[in-house]
Design a protein around this ligand. Structure first.
Ligand code: ZN
Length: 242
């Protein structure tokens, strides 16, 4: 199996997992950097994540131009992916979602911060990108590279950012890593809303977050991936298949 075949199968599985775990609904998408060409990425045509098949995946240049879309309509928000791959050479996968529990943290002054150890991978503090600051009244969708680059700036070197009134964008060193963080971002938001009325929250310290991030290895990611993949009706590919 080529590296490309491996990554294409991973993207299909990632879409099914994110849909099955309630992180995406009919919207949201996941991409991976092309394993043989870092200036290209792989992303589905515009389709609900739960329905995505291998034949839906299209190769794009970082500016969002399709190499061969075969007449298939692209996601309007594909610029999120290209702009992040452009800004972050370390990033190999990007998830954009409208994860429901994160939404309140994008529209109120309350910062989303992890206090459960499994949620440390979202980063010590999750920033909020507000498109209105620079672009005024819009549909809130990231419809060109200018908006994508501005979002990438807010993300900075972090693993995740919220998008005001819209959702979140998460990055990882692999498809499995980005999916892992996306699932725990939703859980972190849900738990924080449960804990807030109970009193002052003791969040993870910056040092604790860093230690946990440093320890996240393939063993952890694969354990979650196998379970989520099978739950979504997909098999886990062995990592040495590529
Ligand atoms: Zn969106």
């Amino acid at each position: 199996m080529s590296k490309l075949d491996f990554v294409l199968e991973e993207i299909v599985t990632a879409n099914r997992i994110l849909a099955n775990e309630g992180i995406v609904d009919s919207f949201g998408h996941v991409s991976a950097r092309h394993p043989d060409n870092p200036k290209h990425y792989l992303l589905s045509r515009a389709r609900a994540p739960e329905r995505i098949e291998r034949a839906d995946l299209v190769e794009y240049k970082l500016d969002g131009t399709a190499i061969d879309d075969g007449g298939r309509a692209p996601y309007m928000e594909r610029f999120i992916h290209g702009a992040i791959y452009e800004a972050r050479p370390d990033v190999q996968a990007v998830v954009h979602n409208h994860s429901p529990s994160v939404i309140p943290f994008g529209v109120t002054p309350k910062k989303l911060k992890p206090f459960l150890h499994m949620c440390a991978n979202i980063g010590h503090e999750v920033p909020v990108w507000d498109c209105r600051t620079k672009f005024g009244d819009t549909t809130l969708l990231v419809t060109d590279m200018k908006m994508g680059r501005d979002l990438a700036k807010t993300l900075g070197a972090r693993p995740s950012t919220l998008m005001r009134g819209h959702g979140a964008t998460v990055v990882g060193r692999s498809v499995r890593h980005a999916v892992f963080i996306s699932v725990y971002l939703e859980l972190a938001a849900k738990l924080q809303m449960q804990a807030m009325p109970m009193g002052k929250i003791k969040y993870l310290s910056r040092g604790e977050v860093q230690q946990i991030i440093d320890r996240v290895n393939d063993y952890t990611l694969n354990r979650a991936w196998e379970n989520w993949a099978r739950r979504a009706g997909r098999e886990m590919q062995p990592q040495d298949a590529a």
